[in-house]
Design a protein. Sequence first.
Length: 390
Amino acid sequence: MDTRPGPESVNQWLLLAAITAALTSVFSIANVPAAPLVAGTLSAAALALLSRGPKVLASSIVQVTQSILGVHLVTLVHRDQLMTVFPQLPWIVTGAIATLAISAAGGFALHRVHHAHVGRPTAILASIAGGSTSLTTLAKDAGGDASIVASLQCLRVIAVTLSLPAVVYILSSGASADGGLVSGGSLNRMSFSDFALAAAVASCGYALGRAARLPSAALLGPMILGLTLEIVGVIPELRLPGFIAVLAFGVIGWQAGLRFTVNTVKEIAAMLPTTTALVAVLIVVSCIIGWLLARLDGGTALDGYLAMSPGGIYAATETSANYSGDVAVVAVAQVTRIFLITLLTPLIAALLSRLSGRKRATLTSAPTMPPVGRRPQPLARPASPIWSSK
C-alpha cells in the first residue's frame, strides 16, 4: 500500500508552514512573547477550524521536537541559577499544589453547571492544569470521557498561550522583550562537536526517560539529564542554533492547534462559555499566586506568573528567557507541577473511580415508583434454598 502523502496533504502542510512563518515574523517585530509558539498555535487552530489544515502530526515528529526543546531549555539555564533554586523549592511546591487544587475546583464548578453534559470525573480531569496527555489517558481508567478531556485540555492550552502577550504586557509594565530566538541574538551556528553533544543528550535523555517511565519522557528526559550534567560540570555548555528552536516551537504550536477541529468545538460547544470563563479565572488566580511567590523569593511578578502559568512549560520558559527572567525558577516550577500530577495520578484515579462507582450504585439502588393509578405489588418471598432445610 502506498503510504506517501498525496498532493492535497502536501499543499496543506505548505500552507500551514507559510502562514506560521509569516505570523512568526509579524509577532517577532511586535515583540510578542514566544512568537513561534503563538504563531504555530494560531495558524494550526485557524486552518483546523476551516478544515483546511493537515489532520494530525506523527507521534515520532512530536517526540523528536520535544527532545530538541528539552535540550533547548537546558541552554536557557545556567549552573549558578540552578543552585539558587533549591532554597525556593518549598514555595515552588506550595504554589504548584495551590494551582492544581484551584484548577480541580474549577472542574467541580464545571460539573455543577453542566452536569447533563459532563460527569464529575471528566470535568475534574479536563480542568486540571498541566499534563494533558497523562490526564487524557487517566480519563479512560477513571470512568471519564477521554475525548472531552482531550478537547477541554486543548482549549486550556490554546487559551493560555494566546492570552500570554496581554498578560505579559500587564505584568512587565509594558516593557518589550529582546526578540528572543528570532532576533538573531541566539546562536545560529554550531560546530560538529556541539551538534554531537546535543544529539547525545537528547537521545540518551529520551532513552533514560522512557526507561524510568517519566511523564513526557521526550521532553523531561533530555532536560533533566542535561541539567544534571550541567550542575555536575562534566560537559561543556550546550549549544543549539536559534532557528532550530524556532522550528521546534512552531511544531509544538501545530500539535495543539491541529486538535482544535470543528468536531472538537461541536463536542464542547455547550460548555465553551463556562470553560473559557474558568480558564480566565485560573489565569488571574495564577497571577496572584505568582505575585505571592515573587514577594517571597524576591523575583519579578512576571517570573512568578510564568512559574505558575497553567499553559505549559514551552511558552513559560521561552517568555522568561525573552524578558531576561529567572528561567531556572520557571522551568523547575513547571516540571514540579508535572511530577506532582504524575505522583498524584493513582490517588486521583482511585478517588474519581470511587465517585463514579458511588454515583452508579446510587442510580441502580434507587427504588422505582409504580405507574400512576396502580397499587404497588408486595414483594415475592424468595424460595428457601434446598440446603436450608437441614
